[in-house]
Design a protein around this ligand. Sequence first.
Ligand SMILES: Cc1cc2nc3c(=O)[nH]c(=O)nc-3n(C[C@H](O)[C@H](O)[C@H](O)COP(=O)(O)O)c2cc1C
Length: 275
Amino acid sequence: MTDHSADPDTVLFQRYRDPGFARPAQWNATLDVLMAHRSVRRFTDAPVSDETLATLVAAAQSASTSSNLQLWSVVAVRDPARKARLAGFCGNQRHIVEAPLFLVWLADFARLRQLAEDHGKPLDGQDFLEAGVLGCVDAALAAQNAVVAAESLGLGTVYIGAIRNRPEDVVHELALPRYAMPVFGMCVGRPDPSLSFDVKPRLPQRAVLHHETYDLPAQREEVARYEERVNAFYGEQAMAESWVARVLARMASGQSLTGRHRLREAWHNQGYELK
Ligand SMILES: Cc1cc2nc3c(=O)[nH]c(=O)nc-3n(C[C@H](O)[C@H](O)[C@H](O)COP(=O)(O)O)c2cc1C
């Protein structure tokens, strides 16, 4: 793929707000899509067709998957009443109701359990924490491929981690079998054209990219630099708080996890021992 429309300097400035970021030697349309990502929380009521859904799932299934185990599934929800109930489980986030399509991504050992039972084989490996990690990693890689595919088609998305606030209610609502565990939701739809959705700057690469060995002290300066840059973004979006204040408040206590402090118990209830 060689054609592209965006100017790399502009795209990368939006991503980092760092005027010194070196112009890349190579660029293409795939990078355009990846770098332009922003979460979308306002949608038109234009439906997402079954054909488009199939394309998104094909993109998701094209992601790598540990040992080709394919330990994820996704439930597509369009029914307004069901979306409203799910939104209620997720802190009443209105974009879940507004989006024409809501996807619930699952770490899913139900299929493998059934296979083992049908073949009279043990599946004791599923009793370990590794099983939960495998399912979550597989689900995340698949979902992110779907995000990129959706954005390449002009659709907008936002992940919904709040699906983990009340996992048992989600399990019941979606009639999930034992061993199928909600990891995150995802709103999908046409972005509302009357609103602009800006690219949110990220930490400087020097904070996240290490060469050969890890350097923690050097990150103080990079975080301080980011705080300045992202505050300019928050100001433009009429959002008051600083990034530092946000992240520290978000992870301050078990209570600030909005129900997710009991996630281990919810996973246990779905048949994961997480030893
Ligand atoms: C796993 C995951 C869960 C998320 N959960 C929510 C959520 O419940 N509600 C929401 O509005 N945004 C949610 N987000 C979106 C993040 O807030 C967003 O990706 C982040 O602020 C960066 O902004 P950007 O995606 O526009 O670059 C989630 C993102 C991820 C990756």
